[in-house]
Design a protein around this ligand. Structure first.
Ligand SMILES: O=C[C@H](O)[C@H](O)[C@H](O)COP(=O)(O)O
Length: 223
């Protein structure tokens, strides 16, 4: 069973006529955008706000009307994937490099829905490398700082061995934390490091998680 497709298509059912919808990024969000595109073709009127160049290309090709986050008053629902979700619903995102735009869009959304297969649910987050988006200037110093703190940092690279650049033109440093016992303290520290633009800790921000497993779809209402 394709669990990403299952949850992506289920999430698209939450969207109603006239809504402004935040469109997430990644291989799970892909199926939600495809399903929404099909509904738009059948006459649903929505406005999409994309979280990456990749999703923008997909949504445009499907004929979903789009506006930028700065052109809308508010976003009704954002549907996005996640890399890890803890038992207290704290998340790591940014495996696909879209964390900055995703966090901005989530921040201005009335409701945030994450769609995942059950392999993403963990007790404590941190096994998945935590992405930290940094400006290139001074990034070597940040790498050193993260190393001194034992975070085993590495600049993200493309398949061609080039340094990965985000849609906003920044680098990503992935931290191999293994376990993040206190995500709020770490988020607070990262928020205060000069040169860090954003990080992949998405804390206290999800309203609903749609989980796919071999047993089917489960909707977990968080807040
Ligand atoms: O930057 C990418 C996003 O945060 C994705 O939502 C996350 O990486 C999950 O992606 P996927 O659905 O491909 O596992």
């Amino acid at each position: 069973m394709n669990l990403k497709k299952l949850v992506g298509e289920k999430a698209a059912e939450f969207i109603e006529e006239g809504m402004v919808v935040g469109l997430g990024t990644g291989s799970t969000a892909y199926y939600m955008v495809e399903a929404l595109g099909r509904r738009v073709k059948k006459g649903l009127h929505i406005t999409g706000v994309t979280t990456s160049a990749q999703t923008k290309i997909q949504a445009e090709a499907l004929g979903i009307p789009l506006k930028s986050v700065d052109e809308v008053d508010q976003i009704d629902i954002t549907i996005d994937g996640a890399d890890e979700i803890s038992s207290t619903y704290q998340g790591i995102k940014g495996g696909g490099g879209a964390l900055l735009f995703e966090k901005i869009v989530a921040r201005y959304s009335d409701t945030v829905i994450w769609i995942v297969d059950d392999s993403k649910l963990v007790k404590e987050i941190g096994d998945f490398p935590l992405p930290v988006e940094v400006i290139p200037y001074g990034s070597q110093q940040l790498l050193k700082l993260f190393k001194e703190r034992g975070y085993r940092p590495a600049f993200r690279q493309t398949e061609d061995g080039e340094r990965y650049l985000t849609d906003a033109g920044h680098y990503i440093i992935d931290l191999q934390m293994k376990k993040i016992a206190d995500p709020h303290t770490l988020a607070d520290w990262l928020d205060h490091q000069t040169g860090v633009v954003e990080h992949g800790l998405f804390l206290d921000c999800v309203n609903t998680v749609i989980v796919g497993s071999e047993k089917g779809v489960e909707i977990q209402n968080v807040r």
